[in-house]
Design a binder for this molecule. Sequence first.
Ligand code: ASP
Length: 314
Amino acid sequence: MGKIVPIGNIAIVVHGGAGPDSDFLLQHLPEYEKGLSLAVDAGYKILKKGGSAIDAVEAAVRVLEDDKHFNAGRGAAITAAGNVEMCTSIMDGQTKKAGAAAIVTNVRNPISFAKALMDDEILMYVGGEEAYETAKDLGLKTEPDSYFVTDHQWEEFEKERSKKPAQRGPAFEKYMKRKHGTVGAVALDSRGNLAAGTSTGGTVFAQPGRIGDSSMIGVGTFADNKTAAVSCTGDGEYLITEVMAYNIAATVEHTGCTIQEAMDRVIHKKNKDKKGDLGAIGIDSKGNIGIAFNSEQMARAWRTPDDSGIEIYR
Ligand code: ASP
């Protein structure tokens, strides 16, 4: 039997994407809540045993990637070319090491690919066809295209495909108006280490090759033991120009405020006029939890030794 580690200020928060409300979400609320609950518990179990924040984040995100209701891994959005292209990133706040991959195809658990890249001595961030080859070389489990494509995402793809190009709007805005989703997790372990991870299928009917924020360190994901761990979701094109995850952590660092105050400042004040969806979860180095979003919904769950919860709407 292993040594029993005293539980410090452990905490985990997971999200299943910030975005518009939808009939699919409304019809499957129990399944979404179950997925969030399984994810947060998978991470918490590791933290409770004295495991690391980075392992807890990976475990939680894997549960959501395997759950077909969430837009990551199985159930990822389908591009305009009819295929699935995923983006992911992970960061360890203790070592400041990170791994990330964009336009990932056929890798069953992209977050584990990001973690393998974090541990790799040569590559940190890879994309496209080479991402698949690299994942295979690193021993990641792969699946055929049919594993990723769900009936729901195929219907979403067909709905977009049936529209005339003019109905899809101007180039930049068209992504903003489409359905999207992402999953992510942040954790604090009993040794005071923070970690964050994010994984996504991106935007429905996206142009093949589009890369959102989720694979970008400092935008979709950031972790630093000195400040905070943050995972973002929403319209990638806006999150990128706001350097969202680092922006929130830097606000904690430079003002000494809590993670919740930093999120309120960056999402609700600084970006109050943004037309796109913005959402984030985070934990600061003192163990405070932060959750903020400007969208109609953001599926999320959290757990600490004293508190737990699952919420989807405001
Ligand atoms: N941020 C993701 C992207 O733009 C989508 C999302 O979080 O809903 O690819």
